[in-house]
Design a binder for this molecule. Structure first.
Ligand code: ADP
Ligand code: ZN
Length: 227
């Protein structure tokens, strides 16, 4: 992973987001960046969503010279704000997608005050749709790194979270967050990602596109050149 060149010092706050599918190495990358901040003797606070223990994420990060930081479990952006120390220079947040929208405002405020924010979270829910505060956070971030995993079905780069319930793809209508459920997750590519639906007609858009009238103009490079 490339190093962050933009971040210059203590009074230049900004937001880095590490995103992508589950198992893509977001926590690993967050840990790497936080460890380097510890080596640089920055004052670091680490947070992670308290939502679900199954999402292991970052817990305790230490550097070789003995500096260490323990992840503080939080339930909301407000809780982060309450626990944020005024002298903290670097805030690491893991599983940020599980926090409420208030986290966007809180992290923006902390960055405005000069803190470096490193937030890791998956950008899509199991349906492949935007997850919680992630779209807002991605828009406001100075840097975004979108990581890929390996599709467990075909071996291509994986970009989607596949939820399975008893080994079967979870339906579109299932809740976004299923705490303590019997579900499991796999990293998959767009082609291998499956989201069955009883109520949503997934063929409608495809049918519309296929039914495009024959006279519809096909824009070729030649047509563009000719105007
Ligand atoms: P994330 O925080 O994005 O969920 P982690 O940093 O917790 O990811 O885990 C990344 C590690 O998961 C990889 O280094 C690899 O060892 C392991 N892993 C398990 N399944 C896969 C997969 N399908 N593709 C890539 N890495 C995987
Ligand atoms: Zn695949």
């Amino acid at each position: 992973m490339r190093d962050i060149a933009l971040y210059h010092g203590d009074d230049h706050g900004w937001i880095e987001v590490i995103t992508g599918v589950m198992f893509s190495g977001k926590s690993e990358e967050l840990i790497r960046r936080v460890r380097r901040a510890l080596i640089a003797r920055k004052r670091v606070q680490l947070f992670k969503s308290a939502l679900d223990d199954r999402y292991a994420g970052a817990r305790r990060i230490s550097s070789h010279d003995g500096a260490a930081v323990e992840a503080i479990p939080i339930r909301s952006g407000l809780e982060l704000a309450e626990l944020a120390h005024p002298t903290t220079q670097v805030f690491g947040i893991d599983e940020v997608q599980f926090l409420d929208e208030s986290v966007v405002e809180i992290l923006t405020l902390l960055a405005d005050r000069g803190a470096r924010i490193i937030a890791a979270g998956t950008d899509m829910d199991f349906r492949g749709e935007p997850f919680g505060p992630m779209p807002q956070l991605l828009t406001r971030a100075e840097t975004v790194d979108k990581l890929h995993a390996i599709c467990v079905v075909c071996g291509s780069p994986a970009t989607r979270n596949q939820r399975l319930v008893n080994g079967q793809p979870a339906p579109f209508e299932a809740p976004t967050i299923q705490v303590g459920g019997a579900d499991s997750y796999e990293a998959r590519c767009r082609r291998c990602h499956e989201v069955p639906s009883a109520t949503r007609d997934q063929t409608t858009l495809l049918d519309t596109l296929m039914a495009e009238p024959a006279h519809a103009r096909v824009l070729t490079a030649e047509a563009v050149r000719k105007g």
